[in-house]
Write a protein that binds this ligand. Structure first.
Ligand code: AMP
Length: 249
């Protein structure tokens, strides 16, 4: 089956729609890569452990989780400056793909974002993997004379991955096939405070999901789908929880 069709079927499956088979031979890079990732996921599902793309001994990944409007992006900016990380936001990567001319996922991403739903992992993870590879192939993001530079030498790198993983399938696929995370930074805050912040941000953000209806849906998705991910990592003692409301940051 052509990769593009395979991706459309993945998206249709995620939405509970019937899949279709097309004779089209068109392919695109993300679709090709996503299809390869799907095959690889199937291999590991058959019991053969896939090798992660990046070695944990060289590439440090910290997941940053928390409800919408908790301040993940703001805190990540500070950590980038102080510790020489590259900050990747799953939401930002999805919005960039949505806006990319010619993207066959643009419309689907837009729909998921408006509804506050989790975009299928095949697209989200491939965007993150590409962004990590890109950062690792570039000049390190810290000056030559900085002590933080060693975190980026000899194939090493440090990433804060913000707003990810938001669903259990993403957590497992990323940890086993892309790079095992080191720990999870979890920001917690009341919905009341988050709503207030998001409504304030809505005045200038221009985001199609910064409206009360979408925000309520995003809260529900966070509680029902993303909190189990936090609890999964809690069970592994990998969660560092920070509560801005308690004045810890
Ligand atoms: P954010 O920019 O983190 O507030 O995310 C905005 C929206 O992008 C979410 O409500 C989801 O629809 C989508 N999104 C962000 N992160 C992910 C992810 N890890 N997996 C799937 N969808 C995501």
């Amino acid at each position: 089956m052509p990769a593009l069709q395979e991706m459309k079927n993945i998206a249709a499956n995620a939405e509970g729609k019937p899949t279709e088979v097309s004779a089209s031979q068109h392919t695109t890079s993300i679709a090709d890569q996503a299809a390869a990732a799907t095959k690889s996921a199937m291999t590991s599902a058959n019991g053969i452990k896939a090798n992660p793309v990046f070695e944990k001994s060289k590439v440090t990944v910290i997941f940053v989780l928390g409800g919408p409007g908790v301040g993940k992006g703001t805190q990540c900016e500070k950590l980038v400056k102080d510790y020489g990380f590259v900050h990747l936001s799953a939401g930002d990567l999805l919005r960039a793909e949505q806006a990319r001319e010619g993207s066959e996922f643009g419309e689907m991403i837009s729909r998921y974002i408006r509804e506050g739903l989790i975009v299928p992992q095949e697209v989200t993870i491939k965007l993150l993997e590409n962004a990590m590879r890109d950062a690792l192939s570039k000049e390190p993001p810290v000056p030559v004379n900085s002590p933080l530079r060693q975190g980026w030498e000899g194939g090493r790198g440090r990433f804060l991955i913000d707003g990810f993983p938001r669903k259990m399938d993403q957590a497992i696929t990323f940890d086993t096939q892309v790079c095992e995370s080191t720990f999870i930074l979890f920001f917690s805050c009341t919905e009341e405070v988050m709503l207030e912040r998001l409504m304030e941000r809505a005045k200038t953000s221009g985001r199609e999901d910064d409206n009360k209806e979408s925000i309520i849906k995003r809260f529900r998705t966070f509680t029902e789908t993303s909190m189990p991910v936090v609890n999964h990592y809690r069970d592994q003692n990998k969660v560092v929880e920070v509560s801005p409301a308690e004045g810890k940051i």
